[in-house]
Design a protein around this ligand. Structure first.
Ligand code: FDA
Length: 583
C-alpha cells in the first residue's frame, strides 16, 4: 500500500500515554511520528486527578506552569462529600488527595508538587502542543490498521481517514498507546488477566451554576447515595466538578446485563436533577456516553519492537484517579530506554525492563481501583441500604442514623468505619507514589527494602534502596531553592553525593565518556552546586556523605554505594554497564 515514510518511533494515540510519550521523545530529540484516529484530542473531560508523580513528570518536562495554569488548584480538590443529593443531607465528608493537614504533611514531604485537577480536555492539548513545538510529527485523523515486525524494525500500515488512503510508516519501534480497546495490544497478542465490561457506567456532562451548594465544601467529587446508585457504575452516583462551579460530569451506573439504556436529553436532565436534588433546575446537557468498567491488566507489555502503554495494558474504573496518571508514568519509564537504545547508549536488553517494571504496577493499580469501587458497599451496608427495596425504605434507613437508639448508634459507628475505608481510594499515597522497580535496569547493592512502618497502601515511605524513587528534599543556596529531582533531569544520568564523595566526579566523567552516556555528578554541601538547606537530605539519603546514588533519567535509583570504595570508577562502570544491558 501507498508511499512509505521512515522514522525511529511511531506512537499510536494522543491520549495521556501517547501524547506524553511523544513529548518525552521530542524532548530527548528522538525522531518520531504520533498518529491518532480522530481530528483532535479527547472530546470529553474523562480523567482529571493528576497526582504528584505526574506533576513531577510535567515539572521535569518544563510544562508544570502550563498545567497549573489550566488546573483547578490543590486547595479546591479535597472536601469530598457523601450525600443523598447535592442539596440533600450529608452522610459524611472526607479530606481527599492529601488535603487533611496531617496527610498534607506526608504529601508535601514526599514531592515538590501537589495533586491537582485537570480534565483530559485541558491536559492533552498542552501535551500535544509542546510535543509538536519540540519536534513531534503529528498526524490526526490517521488510524492504525496493522503492523509487521522483523529483525530491524516495524512497518505500520495506517489509514488516512480524510482521503481513505492507506500508507506505511517504517520505524524501529512502535508504541501502542491506543486505549482500552487497543488494537496494537491485540495484534501482538499480549497476555491479559481479568475481564472487560464487568459493570455499566454512563457519563453525563452538563452546565449549571451550583456554586452556592458546593463552594463552602470545595471538592472535585460529590458522591450521591440514592435509589439505583449501587447498580453498576463506580460505587455510588458521582457528581464531579469539571470547572468550579458551573461545569460538571455525572457518572451513573446501569446494569450491564440488561439492554444499554437510551440516555436522551430528557433522561439525562432527570438524572442530573435527581442527583442534584433540584427538580426544577435549569440545566444544559453537553454530552452523554456509555462506558464499561474493566478489571484487566497485561502481564507483559511488549513483544519484540512493539510496546504498549496506558489503558492499552491496564483497564480499570476511575477510582483512585490512577488511569491517566499511570499512563503518563508508563511513558516516562519507556521513553528514556528507547532513546538510550536508539542512541547506542544501551543494549536492547534494557527494553525488556519496561515490562518487568511496569507490569507489576499495572496489576497493582487495576486491583486497587476495582477494590476501591467495591468498597463503597460498606457505606450502603452501614446505612442498612442493601435490604431497602423502596425509595421510602431507603430514606427511612438513612434517617435512622440520627436516632438516639442502640441501632442509631451502631449505624453511626459503622458509618465512621466505612468512611475511613475510603482513605484507600482517596488518600492512597503509597499506591500513588510507592512504585518500586525490580529488574536488570536496577543494580542491587545487596540491601533489601525497609519493612514499611505504616500501611504501604496509605503511606509512601521514601528510601534510596536501588529500585526506589529518588526521595524528595529541598536543596539550593541562599538565593534559590530547588527540588532534588530538578538536579537529575530526564536527559541524563545523575550521581548524587556529598563533599566527602567528591572523588565520584572524576569517576563519572571517565565512565560517562567511555560509555558515551550523559552522566553528571551533583555534590551536595556548603559551597558546592547546592547545599542541603534543611539538613533533610543527610537524613534521607541512607548512605554516608562519601556514598553515592546513581539516578536514572526517570528518577529511580539504579544503584548506590554506601561509602566511597577504593575503586569508585570500577564500581560505577560495573553498575552502569549492567543497568544499560551492555554487560
Ligand atoms: P486514551 O483512551 O486516552 O487514548 C487512546 C488514544 O488512542 C486516543 O488518542 C485515540 O484517538 C487513539 N486511538 C485509538 N485507536 C486508534 C487507532 N486504531 N489508530 C489511531 N489512534 C487510535 N478515567 C478517570 O480517571 N476518570 C474518568 O472519569 C474517566 N472517564 C472516562 C470516560 C471515557 C468515555 C473513557 C473512554 C475513559 C475514561 N477514563 C476515566 C479513563 C481515562 O480516560 C484513561 O485512563 C486514560 O485516558 C488512558 O490514557 P491512554 O492514553 O492510555 O488512552
Amino acid at each position: 500500500p501507498g508511499p512509505v515514510m521512515a522514522t525511529d518511533v511511531v506512537v499510536v494515540g494522543s491520549g495521556p500515554a501517547g501524547a506524553s510519550a511523544a513529548l518525552l521523545l521530542a524532548t530527548l530529540g528522538v525522531d518520531h511520528v504520533m498518529i491518532t484516529k480522530y481530528r483532535w484530542t479527547a472530546n470529553t473531560p474523562r480523567a482529571h486527578i493528576t497526582n504528584q508523580r505526574s506533576m513531577e513528570v510535567f515539572r521535569d518536562l518544563g510544562i508544570e506552569d502550563q498545567v497549573l495554569a489550566e488546573a483547578t488548584e490543590h486547595a479546591l480538590v479535597g472536601d469530598t462529600v457523601f450525600c443523598t443529593s447535592i442539596s440533600g443531607e450529608e452522610i459524611g465528608r472526607i479530606h481527599t488527595w492529601g488535603t487533611r493537614p496531617d496527610r498534607e504533611a506526608d504529601y508535601r514531604l514526599a514531592s515538590p508538587c501537589l495533586t491537582v485537577d485537570i480534565p483530559q480536555t485541558y491536559l492533552e492539548p498542552i501535551l500535544v502542543k509542546n510535543a509538536a513545538q519540540r519536534g513531534t510529527q503529528t498526524r490526526f485523523s490517521t488510524e492504525y490498521l496493522s503492523h509487521t515486525q522483523d529483525a530491524d524494525g516495524v512497518t505500520v500500515t495506517v489509514l488516512d481517514r480524510l482521503t481513505g488512503r492507506t500508507s506505511s510508516i517504517r520505524a524501529k519501534y512502535l508504541i501502542g498507546a491506543d486505549g482500552a480497546r487497543s488494537k496494537v495490544a491485540d495484534d501482538i497478542g499480549l497476555p491479559f488477566e481479568g475481564a472487560m465490561d464487568i459493570a455499566g457506567s454512563m457519563n453525563i456532562t452538563f452546565k449549571a451554576d451550583i456554586g452556592r451548594y458546593v463552594a463552602h465544601r470545595p471538592s472535585v467529587l460529590y458522591w450521591v447515595v440514592q435509589p439505583g446508585s449501587n447498580v453498576g457504575g463506580i460505587g455510588a452516583g458521582l457528581v464531579r466538578m469539571v470547572r468550579p462551579w458551573n461545569e460538571w460530569l455525572i457518572v451513573w451506573g446501569y446494569d450491564i446485563n440488561e439492554e444499554p439504556p437510551q440516555v436522551d436529553e430528557a433522561a439525562a436532565v432527570e438524572i442530573v436533577r435527581n442527583l442534584l436534588g433540584m427538580p426544577d433546575l435549569d440545566v444544559e446537557i453537553t454530552g452523554t456516553s456509555l462506558w464499561g468498567n474493566n478489571e484487566m491488566y497485561a502481564t507483559r507489555l511488549h513483544n519484540g519492537r512493539v510496546f504498549c502503554a496506558g489503558d492499552a495494558v491496564h483497564r480499570h474504573p476511575p477510582s483512585n484517579g490512577l488511569g491517566s496518571n499511570t499512563s503518563v508514568q508508563d511513558a516516562y519509564n519507556l521513553v528514556w530506554k528507547l532513546a538510550a537504545v536508539l542512541k547506542g547508549q544501551a543494549g536492547p536488553a534494557l527494553l525488556d525492563t519496561y515490562s518487568d517494571e511496569r507490569a507489576p504496577v499495572a496489576e497493582r493499580i487495576v486491583k486497587r481501583a476495582n477494590k476501591s469501587s467495591r468498597e463503597f458497599v460498606d457505606i450502603f451496608k452501614a446505612l442498612g441500604l442493601l435490604d431497602a427495596t423502596t425509595e421510602a425504605g431507603m430514606a427511612a434507613a438513612i434517617e435512622e442514623r440520627k436516632a438516639n437508639t442502640p441501632e442509631g448508634a451502631a449505624k453511626r459507628a459503622a458509618l465512621m468505619k466505612a468512611m475511613d475505608l475510603k482513605n484507600y481510594e482517596f488518600n492512597a499515597h503509597g499506591v500513588e507514589l510507592g512504585q518500586f522497580y525490580a529488574s536488570s535496569a536496577v543494580h542491587s547493592d545487596g540491601s533489601t527494602r525497609p519493612v514499611p512502618a505504616r500501611d504501604p497502601e496509605l503511606y509512601h515511605e521514601m528510601s534510596t534502596v536501588p529500585g526506589s524513587h529518588l526521595p524528595h528534599a529541598w536543596v539550593g543556596d541562599s538565593r534559590q531553592k530547588k527540588a532534588l529531582m530538578d538536579l537529575a533531569p530526564y536527559d541524563r544520568w545523575t550521581l548524587i553525593t556529598g563533599i566527602a564523595g567528591e572523588a565520584w566526579e572524576g569517576a563519572a566523567e571517565k565512565v560517562g565518556q567511555e560509555l558515551g552516556v550523559p552522566l553528571a555528578t551533583v555534590v551536595i554541601g556548603p559551597g558546592r552546586e547546592v547545599n542541603d538547606l534543611y539538613y533533610d537530605w543527610a537524613k534521607l539519603r541512607e548512605v554516608e556523605e562519601s556514598g553515592v546514588l546513581l539516578v536514572r533519567p526517570d528518577k529511580h535509583i539504579a544503584w548506590r554505594s554506601t561509602s566511597l570504595p577504593d575503586d569508585p570508577e570500577g564500581r560505577l562502570r560495573e553498575a552502569l554497564t549492567a543497568v544499560l544491558g551492555r554487560g
